[in-house]
Design a protein around this ligand. Structure first.
Ligand SMILES: Nc1nc2c(ncn2[C@@H]2O[C@H](COP(=O)(O)OP(=O)(O)OP(=O)(O)O)[C@@H](O)[C@H]2O)c(=O)[nH]1
Ligand SMILES: [Mg+2]
Length: 159
């Protein structure tokens, strides 16, 4: 069993984890978990949030756990739940919602306030400035790749 578990929560978490798996080293270095997946991935352990208490038991067996999700969502709620119950969280990578997603922005702030420990956040609003003319799907994809690169660096550092 690897020392590291990488956990993606919700739609954004799934996408970010999926991008990390394009680096062929990752499966050897970390066990991959997806919670409330929106699409299927090979060699990944899938859980529903309703199984969170089993998941906590399983994740506590690792030396390091890395969590990633889009804040403001139910994935963000699950991230808070897990992060505050595990004592082996090495890093949290989270995205902040677009300004127009008003309800999610508020919810994201509440989630950040509840999270203990350091959270590395990346703000989706940056995309509107950096890539104003790129279709949103493409812009999100390049954003997910940048965040995945940071997650990969962390996994390599912890290995
Ligand atoms: N990084 C990234 N963020 C996304 C993407 N699609 C949507 N988002 C952002 O992530 C936020 C959370 O969306 P999801 O992760 O799909 O939400 P969820 O956890 O599946 O749960 P719901 O709240 O039930 O939709 C959205 O409000 C967007 O701001 C994506 O492909 N990549
Ligand atoms: Mg979703």
């Amino acid at each position: 069993m690897p020392d590291i578990a990488l956990v993606g929560l919700g739609g954004a978490g799934t996408m970010i984890v999926q991008r990390t798996l394009e680096d062929s080293r990752i499966h050897a270095l970390a066990s991959i978990y997806i919670i409330n997946a929106e699409n299927w991935l090979n060699n990944v352990r899938f859980y529903r949030f309703e199984q969170a208490d089993n998941l906590i038991k399983e994740l506590s067996r690792y030396k390091h756990v890395i969590l990633t999700a889009g804040l403001g969502s139910s994935g963000g709620d699950s991230l808070v739940y897990l992060a505050n119950r595990l004592d082996n969280v090495a890093a949290i990578f989270a995205t902040k919602p677009f300004r127009v997603e008003k309800k999610r922005v508020k919810k994201a702030e509440r989630q950040l306030g509840l999270l203990k420990g350091h959270v590395i956040t990346k703000d989706l609003n940056e995309l509107l400035v950096r890539m104003p003319d790129v279709p949103v799907g493409e812009a999100l994809d390049s954003f997910d790749r940048e965040l995945a690169a940071e997650v990969i660096d962390k996994i390599v550092e912890l290995s």
